[in-house]
Design a protein around this ligand. Sequence first.
Ligand code: UDX
Ligand code: ADP
Length: 477
Amino acid sequence: MIKLKNICCIGAGYVGGPTMAVFADKCPHLKINVVDINEDRIKAWNSQKLDDLPVFEPGLDLIIKKCRNKNLYFSTNIEEKIKNADIIFISVNTPTKEKGIGAGKVSDLKWVEASARQVAKFASGHTIVVEKSTLPVKTAEVIKTILEAAQSSPDNESKASFDVLSNPEFLAEGSAIKDLVKPDRVLIGGENKEAINALSEIYKNWVPSEKILHTNIWSSELAKLTANAFLAQRVSSINSISAICEATGADVREVSRAIGSDSRIGSKFLDSGPGFGGSCFKKDILNLVYLCQYFGLPEVAKFWEEVVRLNEWHQHRISKLIVKKLFGTISGKKIAILGFAFKANTNDTRESAAITICKDLIEEGAFLAIHDPKVDPAQIKKDLCIEESVENDLKTLKDIPISDGAWFFSDEIKNTLIGADAAVILTEWDIYKKINWIEMSKIMRRPSWVFDARSTLLLTEQFKEAGLNYWRIGDGS
Ligand code: UDX
Ligand code: ADP
């Protein structure tokens, strides 16, 4: 039986960091090294100030405090950590390719390939290589080919041998620690039973055996894409229904409750919102679409592509609706954006609906005051591709000229709302549920609107009393 002692994880991002933190916490007998080429990121993981960790996840800071430099280490010394590892997790970024064959659909595997080459060069002894990043089906084969080719290369002095496993991560951001500690299932795909068992033994330290599923490698890879495609499909389905609700006088929350109590459908992932975001849903569906096209299944490709298309339509639908409600023009109007992260409890903005909606509103000439409790303004600048406006009068906006659109970051909810014609709730942060709208209505410009794209505020009476116009996603009543 293969005994594992030293783990190396390549990639200290949203998946690698929290996953290895929980491994370290649950397996004090294992030594875990997380490596990354990004020095700043490693510095941040090693920061004494736990607020500076590069990933915000509830509960993560406590685990880092407990395990760091005991059996969990963050380092840029990739060569040494690979050399000493019995098992290596590849957890690097796999964004959608921007150019070339499959651009806009297929994942760019250059970081995975680079990691595999590093492993081939530096590994020693028998090493299990695990693909952890969300990857297109057949990536394990690419990794295996690279490792085997390196072994047969005449200039290779490493005498390593390899097993490749697929062990996709199903954690959701914002609840990563909870998902890792109590997973619905752990999926391990591979060919060699011994290697599969060795990885299972790690998980058995805290996951019941019946939740650890063994499959062949392709099923494991495809299951990950399929899980995300199904979840995204549910969100697009309910978002499509929200539009019908608004048109017909129905309320999407009531419809969700009614269909969700059918045990065949289930109640999760039926909250209509501003459209799904995050690094996985769109990317994984597009990978699936590409795969279908590649294997000559255009009808299947079209079916899944529609899930992404509807999501984009839905995001633009919200911006158009805001413009329409504000008399068809928002040029020079101040709009408070509450929430920029793609969901609550994360600082991640990848594919956030807020990016599309804010860009649309800026394009229409609005001044946006953007608030988010965890997102860094520098990230917002990157996402919007527009410099932050520094003009002071934008903060109060007394006499605002017709504008070409601008934005600034506001770290205080009240400042965000001063002089605003509208507030748009795009992320379901708890702090937004506690806003006193009667007070806020006094500092907003009338007629003032609150657009609740997350349906988080159940304060219809308070809005009436405050004299605020209130729109909620999917509420036609
Ligand atoms: C997802 C998968 O859930 C996870 O298993 C996988 O490992 C990675 O991708 P994540 O992207 O972190 O996780 O977040 P998730 O909670 O799935 O939400 C994705 C998007 O859908 C968010 O923008 C969220 O706001 C939205 N969403 C989710 C809804 O709009 N309504 C819902 O009911 C659920
Ligand atoms: P994910 O959400 O999948 O975790 P992230 O982008 O948050 O993705 O993290 C991926 C990490 O992988 C980044 O910090 C990046 O610097 C790192 N990375 C990419 N390629 C390599 C490599 N060849 N060696 C080490 N680290 C890498």
